[in-house]
Design a protein around this ligand. Structure first.
Ligand SMILES: [Zn+2]
Length: 299
């Protein structure tokens, strides 16, 4: 089962006890479903849980049955239809719609006045026309509707609930989407999918840890390369001084540094500094090595 399907299943466990919210959820379903015109309301879903919830939802809100429902045991894309003109009129009247303007539906805000109803509306909209990407891949949740005025009004509802959404056009459809793991987790929790929200948070944590480890390993490898390369340059310089017969004439401290570098080619500067007798600071040793390299430049 995809993450999106799991989220829908979890949302469908939300009980249908408040009439106001059932009405709002139906409204979200209708405005984000395949089509809601003056001739039909057509809801298509692949979610088993939503297919079970839909008849209960419409009965709770309107005491209404679908004119066509999937056969029991049917799988894949299932179609729910309302075609009876009286039923369609009931829906229009409940939401204060002018059925003559049914092609260009908009959101009738008084239906989603209360916060509980706003959330129910967003839930219904998501169940009918939404999807969320697997958090392993991306943090993206979207609602898709064919009604432009609905898509314009939808972010206002989300903002009133404390969520900032963005919009995009996709062919003839209007997409409202939310990004970022934190926002997604908060949104899913608010809608009633707390378990899925935790899944997003955990995935984010795991990814952060994985990336952190990778970054450190890369960083260590990079630093090691630098250490090795610097040591090789120092050794080459010391060998050049030796060949030129300059090494023996240098002060004792520089001779000691040169000897240690040749003896301990794999050591870091800090380790080398500790090997001096007496031990010196890393910056002191660094200074001596620079001096050796500068002298080698001259020979
Ligand atoms: Zn309500």
């Amino acid at each position: 089962m995809t993450f999106s399907a799991r989220v829908k299943e979890e949302l469908c466990r939300k009980s249908l006890n408040k009439k106001c919210c059932a009405l709002a959820e139906c409204y979200g379903v209708l405005l984000f479903c395949n089509s809601w015109t003056s001739r039909e309301a057509r809801i298509v879903t692949e979610s088993d849980a939503f297919a079970r919830r839909l008849p209960q939802l419409f009965r709770k809100a309107f005491r209404m049955d679908f004119d066509r429902r999937p056969r029991p045991g049917e799988t894949g894309k299932r179609v729910f239809l309302i075609t009876d003109p009286d039923k369609l009129q009931t829906l229009d009247r409940a939401y204060g719609c002018d059925s003559a303007r049914a092609v260009n539906r908009t959101v009738n805000f008084p239906v989603v006045e209360e916060d509980c109803c706003k959330l129910a509306f967003c839930r219904g909209a998501f169940l009918a026309g939404g999807a969320v990407t697997d958090p392993e891949k991306d943090y993206h949740l979207e609602w898709v509707t064919g009604h432009i005025a609905v898509s314009r009004a939808f972010p206002v509802i989300l903002r009133e609930l404390g969520f900032e959404a963005k919009q995009a056009e996709r062919k003839a459809n209007h997409v409202t989407y939310v990004k970022h793991s934190d926002t997604l987790a908060d949104l899913l929790t608010a809608l009633g999918a707390g378990v899925s929200a935790m899944e997003i948070i955990n995935t984010k944590l795991e990814k952060d840890i994985r990336n952190g480890v990778n970054r450190r390993v890369n960083c260590d490898a990079h630093n090691l390369d630098k250490v090795v390369q610097a040591a090789q340059e120092q050794i080459a310089a010391i060998e050049r001084l030796e060949r030129a017969g300059m090494l023996s004439g240098l002060p004792e401290k520089l001779r000691e540094t040169a000897r240690l570098r040749l003896e301990l080619p794999e050591c870091t500067l800090a380790e080398l500094a500790q090997s001096c007798d007496p031990p010196v600071s890393k910056s002191c040793l660094n200074h001596r090595l620079r001096k050796l390299m500068a002298l080698a430049q001259e020979c």
